[in-house]
Design a protein around this ligand. Structure first.
Ligand code: AKG
Length: 307
């Protein structure tokens, strides 16, 4: 059942933005998102929908292997090694700084990523939360969490700390796993309901080489519930509010924990150009302006030649 639009209990005024939406979430799912600050959508993407993304990731791994080869750091690009293992094997025996340079988090423009960001199944779910005028925020990360590298684990943080001055609310993260995410390979963990708190103080950590922003969870005080681990199958999406405190643990497995985190917001919010070029992903008011692949590759937020 599709979620009804009229809801009285919205803390952030989102009901207004949901007006006119034809999203795919049930009322119960919308309530779960609003109350807990996150929502797990098991098996949201089919194998067919994941295929272009896995192809894009493979293309990127080919480029990384070529760079490592050119730098004399490896002598075999390991093209025969299966997708979940190849990048892990490429970095085996290299130093953490090589991973930081080549493998940490990618924001390239490869067609398969656009296919993912503009995937109607994802946009239908997001529409239930913010309505049909959807802007794809410039902050997206393709994350290969390689085993045994400190930079893979992400400390407790709120995404909002990365854009404290942006006038954008809500920003919704859609985190999608492209292998099964497990306790062993470093799945996501969340503190439910922390999206309702003020934005917490944060600092830049100095132990992983990434400078991730980190909050002090002691500041959550007694209102905080126990954190929850979210192991999920490949193709599952976890949607969460940009104030929800979350983290991910180290990868102690023998393969890469592949995930992509995307972000969406209503079109009338700060597009955060200081973080790059986002794009108009869906609009019922101006469907002719929605950015196509060519626009996205050229970093145009809307389609060319139209007003
Ligand atoms: O994928 C991870 O390990 C962490 C993701 C995250 O922190 C985020 O999407 O904001």
């Amino acid at each position: 059942m599709r979620a009804a639009i009229k809801r009285q209990d919205d803390l952030s005024g989102n009901a207004r933005m949901r007006a006119g939406n034809q999203g795919s979430l049930s009322e119960e799912q919308v309530r779960q998102y609003d109350t807990e600050g996150y929502l797990v959508l098991p098996d949201l993407l089919s194998e067919q929908q994941m295929a272009p993304v896995r192809a894009a990731l493979t293309e990127k791994v080919d480029r990384v292997a070529a760079d490592l080869l050119a730098a004399g750091l490896i002598d075999d690009p390991l093209t025969e090694v299966a997708f979940p293992y190849r990048l892990a094997r490429l970095f085996e025996g290299l130093e953490p700084e090589h991973f930081l340079e080549h493998g940490r988090s990618w924001r390239d423009r490869i067609a398969g990523y656009y296919t993912l960001m503009s995937n109607p199944t994802i946009l239908d779910a997001v529409e239930s939360l913010i309505g049909p005028e959807i802007f794809s925020n410039p902050v997206y990360n393709v994350r290969p969490k390689v085993p045994k590298i400190a930079a893979g684990a992400v400390p407790w943080h709120q995404d909002k700390s990365y854009w404290p001055d942006a006038n954008s609310n809500p920003v919704i993260t859609v985190w999608i796993s492209f292998v099964d995410a497990t306790l062993e390979n470093g799945c996501l963990h969340v503190y439910p309901r922390t999206q309702r708190q003020r934005v917490l103080g944060y600092h830049q950590e100095n132990y992983s080489g990434t400078g991730f922003l980190e909050v002090d969870v002691a500041e959550l005080g007694s209102v905080a519930r126990e954190p929850v681990a979210l192991p999920v199958r490949a193709g599952t999406a976890i949607l969460f509010n940009d104030r929800l405190v979350h983290s991910s643990t180290p990868n102690d497995s023998d393969h890469v924990r592949w995930s992509v985190d995307l972000r969406y917001q209503p079109t009338d919010q700060d597009p955060m150009p200081q973080h790059g070029a986002g794009f108009l992903a869906r609009s019922r008011r101006h469907p002719e302006r929605v950015a196509g692949l060519e626009d996205w590759l050229a970093e145009r937020p809307e389609t060319a030649g139209r007003s």
